[in-house]
Design a protein around this ligand. Structure first.
Ligand code: SAM
Length: 310
């Protein structure tokens, strides 16, 4: 369906948990403060979103794979909402062991967050010496043949920025896309402006990256000669893409959040047993989606991204 600004909203990001097995410096990893719905409840809500035109769903968190029943969630959501794309965004720690079941349950796209290929830098950023299992997870996902595997990285000035070349090289050697996300002002980073590496800075460092003219709504893609995958720039700060936003979020407690950059959420749980009322509640929430975020002036968001679902 269209929102009040004429944007076609067809993408739902479902946060299945606030819990995470990493503690990334810039994410916040705030203590969980909300309960988690059952797989069946996520499926019933997903069906309501499908009724208003959602055809792409991504499960995120927190870390979605810390839920023992993650494949039950993906299986039931797939059956209830039949999205064209069912994706999972993960830090990859548990991916090697769960990839096959995820694929069998209907997941066709996997995004792995990976900010550094240097073991000690990875540990410094995430709080865990876990680079190897993440790389194993990526390899496993590629070997199983998911329709799409992508790496998402956030570069921080003076921390992992120098490692951008190694991350880019992943797309040279493997059939996956590597996307750089500009740091957004979540948690108490406060210093996000100083730490943020803007997309233009990355592009200036790697002049061999050539625009492809492709975008998926958030990322703008670049190609390099001889590369198997593409490089994407996600620039929520330097090139705000709110006017092309096509998504809403469902939090792990059944509240819908129309915009990442605004605190408003609306509870869907009172309507979960009544498909008609549920559809109406979802439509009303989508119509309340704001025109855009104000991260550029709003520097200290109090919500950690693990609570919202990144
Ligand atoms: N645990 C999963 C993962 O690591 O992909 C899903 C949740 S995580 C919050 C989703 C994405 O949000 C990750 O790629 C992470 O790098 C990104 N992220 C977290 N905090 C961010 C921030 N302040 N600015 C930009 N991206 C952020």
């Amino acid at each position: 369906m269209k929102d009040n600004y004429g944007r076609e909203i067809h993408y739902l990001r479902i946060s299945v948990t606030q819990r995470c097995n990493l503690n990334c410096a810039y994410c916040g990893a705030a203590k969980p403060d909300a309960g988690e719905l059952s797989p069946a409840d996520f499926a019933r809500l997903a069906a309501g979103f499908a009724a208003v035109g959602i055809d792409k769903i991504r499960l995120t968190g927190g870390e979605p794979l810390v839920r023992d029943d993650i494949c039950e969630i993906t299986r039931l959501v797939k059956a209830a909402a039949a999205p064209k794309t069912l994706g999972v965004t993960t830090n990859g720690l548990l991916l090697a062991e769960k990839a096959e079941e995820l694929l069998l349950s209907g997941v066709n796209a996997v995004n792995v967050s990976l900010d550094s290929l240097d073991r000690s830098c990875y540990r410094q950023l995430t709080g865990r010496d876990a680079l190897t299992p993440v790389l194993d997870g990526i390899e496993k996902a590629l070997s199983l043949g998911f329709r799409r595997v992508r790496i998402n990285a956030v570069l921080l000035r003076g921390v992992n920025e120098k490692g951008a070349d190694r991350l880019i090289e992943l797309a040279k050697d493997m059939p996956l896309d590597v996307r750089f996300i500009e740091l957004m002002p979540f948690s108490d980073v406060g210093e996000s402006e100083r730490m943020r590496i803007r997309s233009d800075e990355i592009l200036a460092r790697f002049p061999f990256l050539l625009p492809t003219g492709e975008t998926d709504g958030t990322a703008v893609y670049y190609a390099a000669p001889g590369f198997k995958g593409k490089i994407g720039m996600i620039s929520p700060i330097s090139k705000k893409f709110c006017n092309a936003c096509n998504r809403v979020r469902l939090l792990c407690n059944g509240r819908v959040k129309p915009c990442l950059g605004h605190p408003e959420t609306y509870d869907l749980m009172p309507y979960i047993d009544d498909p008609e009322q549920l559809e109406t509640a979802i439509r009303e929430a989508i119509l309340k989606k704001p025109a855009g975020h104000h991260f550029e002036t709003d520097k200290n968001h109090t919500h950690a991204l693990n609570r919202i679902g990144g």
